[in-house]
Design a protein around this ligand. Structure first.
Ligand code: DNO
Length: 344
């Protein structure tokens, strides 16, 4: 496995110097953040990230994410222009050493939580999802904001998008995803880039919007939409693992043996009685997932892809982007590498 860390660029309070001091850390996961969704990234911006990482002895070779424009997900006539821009981004990233691109196909909202500053009994802060609290949230006010969401949507945009999605069935969304892959994967193949879709988080419909990438049947269907090694997965244990129906170690073993996992997001979640979940520390005993069994499944199948410790709690008084502080992710990295080293 290749150990990596997500870095939000020069504005991230977590610096590359911090990251390089984590034992075993070699790869950086980042993106160009100042370009609107759907537009082409400048080569200068890509090279600047590359150089900054190189100066710290780190390799920038994973992008998370090149976001997919809503018109592509909605299957609008304008999608072809946005898909061409997407392909151009793949070409540019390929020219500058990127080997893996993570993206998602969730309508409008990326990962969703109901509280990102939840106080744990030990004083740490974590992110939680409570279905009852979600039912009280109204995304149409335009006032809600979460770390993974595109903050450029105004109230009017959101209203229009919800109206457009009202006419889209799950099958339409699958078809729009198939169309996207049919254009993008051949370009990724040429450029030596592995595309890695991120599962929907949480893995069920929210706010009445359809979500596709939720369980094993969906992953099978997704992989069969375009049968190429470049059409693969970001296997996020916390996203898929939020649903107790998903047997995470078994799924990791299956898709890793197929060579279709290019990127692992490793974190633990604890299911709650209300049918929601809390993000926990990385340790097996902290949550509902067997992290040791997940690492065993990777080791057994000879996994050589990228891994990153996903969301950490906020501890030791750290402030910053919820889920993306330094300390707990660094602890996670050490725990995961310890499991890896000790697993036969
Ligand atoms: C959450 C992240 C996601 C992920 C996107 C990929 O912390 O894992 O926001 O980056 O869904 O496009």
């Amino acid at each position: 496995m290749k150990m990596s860390f997500r870095w939000y660029g020069p504005d991230d309070p977590v610096t590359l110097l911090n990251i390089r001091q984590i034992p075993g850390m070699k790869h950086i996961v980042s993106a160009v953040y100042d370009v609107p969704v759907g537009q082409v990234w400048s080569e200068e911006s890509i090279v600047a990230l590359q150089k900054a990482c190189e100066e710290q002895g780190l390799i920038f070779d994973v992008v998370e994410s090149v976001p997919v424009h809503e018109d592509i997900k909605l299957g609008l006539p304008s999608r072809d222009t946005y898909i061409e821009n997407y392909c151009e981004n793949i070409r540019r990233l390929g020219r500058h050493g990127i080997r893996c691109i993570c993206y998602n196909f969730m309508p409008i909202f990326d990962w969703t939580r109901t509280d990102v500053h939840h106080k744990m009994p030990d004083g740490a802060e974590n992110l939680i999802y409570d279905p009852q609290a979600l039912a009280r949230m109204d995304p149409l006010t335009g006032e809600l904001s979460l770390p993974g969401w595109d903050s450029s949507y105004k109230k009017e945009d959101l209203k229009k998008l919800f109206e457009q999605y009202a006419a889209i069935t799950k099958e339409d969304l699958w078809e729009n995803l198939r169309y996207f892959l049919s254009k993008v994967i051949p370009v990724a193949e040429e450029c030596g880039i592995n595309m890695a879709i991120h599962p929907d988080d949480p893995p069920w419909d929210i706010f009445g919007l359809p979500r596709l990438i939720t369980d094993e049947a969906a992953l099978d269907r997704f992989l069969s939409l375009y049968d190429s090694p470049c059409n693969g997965l970001t296997f996020c244990t916390g996203s898929l693992g939020s649903s107790p129906q998903n047997d995470i170690p078994a799924m990791v073993e299956k898709y890793s043996a197929m060579g279709r996992i290019h990127f692992m997001h490793l974190r633990n979640v604890k299911w709650t009685q209300q049918g929601g979940f809390e993000e926990s520390g990385h340790l097996t005993e902290n949550g509902s997932l067997d992290m040791a069994a997940i690492i065993k499944a990777l080791k057994k199948t000879g996994f050589t892809g990228y891994v990153r410790p996903d969301h950490g709690r906020m501890i030791w008084g750290e402030t910053g982007k919820p889920g993306y502080g330094l300390y707990d992710r660094a602890l996670g990295a050490m725990y995961l590498q310890g499991l890896w080293e000790a697993t036969e």
